[in-house]
Design a protein around this ligand. Structure first.
Ligand code: PEP
Ligand code: MN
Length: 352
């Protein structure tokens, strides 16, 4: 059973070809917050509701979700609004509880899909439950094989209603977004699973609410089949991922302005290459910003120690070492020299 054969997901009430919108809070916090958010989303036409009850947090002490207690709240949403309901599972215990409660859609988060043991444990429990819809988010690290492997484990368990969610990748250093999109990876995934539904999660990629709209449009333009967006009735009070959650009203505005174009498939060769260029430029700019911030730090140090800003020997050594590094990377020496000079000039300006 290969990923090549996976068919697109369909959801009641979502027209064929229209983007699939999954929305709801990062976490179900209280029955009231869950229902209030769901009612607002349902009223504007959202057909699939998401809410996490088990939250993998990077640091202990963060809000780890309400646990099993939240499952009846999701089921109440389903009963009252008719929306399909989705939650994140990370262990066999979660899967059992979610299936017993009657949850329609299970998704595996980025920390889980990075862990083959956890994925296999979950897959083993899913055998024979082909009524379930399963979504696999990309692993935290930019490793296409790990993502493919996680999907394949679920597929091997006989799940046919299977899709993927792109939520970006952790990366060191300052970046514009919370999680680096590295769009070429979902593009590559498309080549391995041409018909499988691939959604984009602009909330976890952007990490800030102001990025959700533009990332959503970008995702559709790149041929994603839909969006998973975090929406909370009072985002500023949210117990997890507060900065990236948007109100149902804001989501409505975003959805109303989304332009659905055709003819830009996710496997378009040129789009893939351009996206890689965009990713590189994002990285370049983030690295430059980091470098300038170190320069300012050095500037303060030199000032407090009464040192000259430009020290010629240091500059000579730096140019020499960069030229030799550049040569090893097959970059033209004139090009490297021009870039390093420009960076150094700006760095001196910052130090002053
Ligand atoms: C989430 O969807 O709330 C979540 C925790 O996602 P991710 O696994 O992408 O971080
Ligand atoms: Mn979240």
């Amino acid at each position: 059973m290969s990923l090549q054969e996976i068919q697109p997901l369909s959801f009641p009430g979502v027209e064929d070809g229209a983007p699939i919108i999954i929305a709801g809070p990062c976490s179900a916090e209280t029955a009231q917050q869950t229902l209030d958010t769901a009612r607002a989303l349902s009223k504007m036409g959202v057909k699939v509701f998401r809410a996490g009850v088990w939250k993998p947090r990077t640091m202990p002490g963060g809000f780890e979700g309400v646990g099993d207690r939240g499952l009846p709240w999701l089921m109440a949403v389903k009963r009252e609004t008719g929306m399909m309901v989705a939650t994140e599972v990370a262990t066999a215990e979660h899967v059992r509880s979610a299936m017993d409660a009657g949850i329609d859609i299970l998704w595996m988060g980025a920390r889980t899909s990075a862990n083959p043991f956890a994925m296999q444990e979950i897959a083993d429990l899913l055998h024979g439950h082909d009524e379930l819809t399963v979504l696999v988010k990309n692993p935290v690290n930019p490793d296409l094989d790990l993502w493919l492997g996680a999907l394949q484990r679920i597929r091997n368990a006989g799940i046919t209603r299977l899709g993927a969610v792109h939520r970006g990748f952790s990366s060191a250093g300052a970046h514009l977004y919370r999680n680096d999109p590295q769009w070429h990876i979902p593009f590559e995934l498309r080549r391995h699973a041409p018909d499988m539904t691939i959604l984009c999660d602009p909330s976890h990629i952007g990490g800030k609410r102001e990025y959700v709209g533009s990332l959503s449009q970008l995702a559709l333009d790149m041929g994603f089949d839909g969006l998973m967006i975090e929406s909370h009735c009072s985002p500023d009070q949210a117990l997890s991922d507060s900065a990236q959650q948007i109100t149902p009203d804001s989501l409505k505005v975003i959805l109303e302005h989304l332009v659905v174009r055709s003819g830009t498939p996710l496997d378009d060769e040129l789009a893939l290459l351009r996206q890689q260029i965009d990713d590189c430029d994002h990285e370049l700019l983030a690295v430059l910003a980091r470098r300038m911030s170190v320069s300012r730090e050095i500037g303060r140090f030199k000032k407090s120690h009464n040192l000259r800003v430009v020290q010629p020997q240091r500059y000579q050594d730096m140019i020499k070492s960069r030229l030799s590094e550049g040569e090893q990377l097959e970059l033209h020496p004139d090009f490297v020299q021009r870039i390093i000079q420009a960076i150094h000039e700006e760095s001196v300006r910052q130090q002053l």
